[in-house]
Design a protein. Structure first.
Length: 267
């Protein structure tokens, strides 16, 4: 069976405090976008993983889909499967591609082998694999808090706008991004701020990673500036990664950005 894991963007990201377990509490709004990988599983005599498309670094044993299989195997009588992942979502971009693959793998296993898992049960498995992984079980707009793995519904529909995402030739590791932030409480929660008119977001909604990342990666800062120059109502880096998205009333002409950057239109 085949499924199509989608990416996400972060609308705002506030790092509010460091947790005793070494993680950080944060708040953000996850919004699904139409950039997809392709994930296929076939029952097999042994567990296997192969990929195509963008190269995936690391060992097979470290892939989140493989880890998800082992996690499910502890509680359910599931057979080995051959996993094929066609990678299209940029890696290290702050788009949640790896987390999406793991969550959609759980969904696909649940469907393929009639495991009878509820949304909540699938989310609990996903939380073990990554902080934003549980979001992709339902993949609908949410206000996320604590480690980014607890959710509240948010009334947000951007379908009337054009979203463009630019991935420059840069890589920002999660550890690098977190080293540059200083946690601080927020005065007004993002849960309230996203209800403002979109034209007001630029004034009030920020990504805490941008300040330090922009200092070290001028190319990413330049992409955000270019999106505003092209008429974006709001532009931001997504998550802790290198990609930057812009929200427009009409599709812009970004031909000047297409040299050296990967540009995704109308996502």
């Amino acid at each position: 069976m085949i499924i199509f894991p989608n990416a996400k963007i972060n609308i705002g990201l506030n790092i509010t405090e460091r947790r005793p377990d070494g993680y950080h509490n944060l708040e953000t709004v996850f919004y699904p976008i139409k950039i997809n990988d392709v994930l296929e599983i076939i029952e097999s005599d042994k567990l296997g993983f192969e990929s195509s498309g963008l190269p995936i670094p690391g060992r097979m044993e470290d892939n989140l889909c493989v880890k998800a299989w082992h996690l499910l195997k502890k509680d359910h009588d599931i057979p080995p499967v051959k996993i094929h992942l066609h990678k299209h979502v940029p890696i290290g971009a702050g788009l949640g591609g790896g987390s999406a693959n793991a969550a959609f793998f759980i969904r696909l296993m649940n469907q393929s082998f009639s495991l009878g898992l509820s949304v909540e049960q699938m989310q609990d498995y996903a939380r073990i694999l990554g902080a934003d992984c549980a979001f992709f079980i339902e993949s609908k707009p949410v206000f996320a808090y604590e480690k980014g793995d607890m959710f509240k519904p948010v009334d947000l529909d951007l379908s009337g706008y054009k979203i463009v995402l630019v991935m420059p030739p840069a890589h920002v590791s999660t550890s690098e991004a977190y080293r540059g932030v200083r946690p601080s409480p927020v005065k007004t929660s993002l849960q309230e701020l996203v209800s403002l008119p979109l034209s007001e977001w630029k004034k009030y909604i920020k990504n805490d990673f941008e300040e330090s990342v922009f200092k070290n990666h001028a190319i990413i800062r330049g992409v955000k500036s270019a999106l505003y120059e092209a008429g974006a109502l709001y532009a931001s880096m997504s998550g802790s990664g290198a990609s930057v998205f812009g929200i427009f009333e009409e599709l812009p002409d970004l031909s000047g950005l297409e040299t050296g950057n990967q540009v995704f239109y109308n996502i």
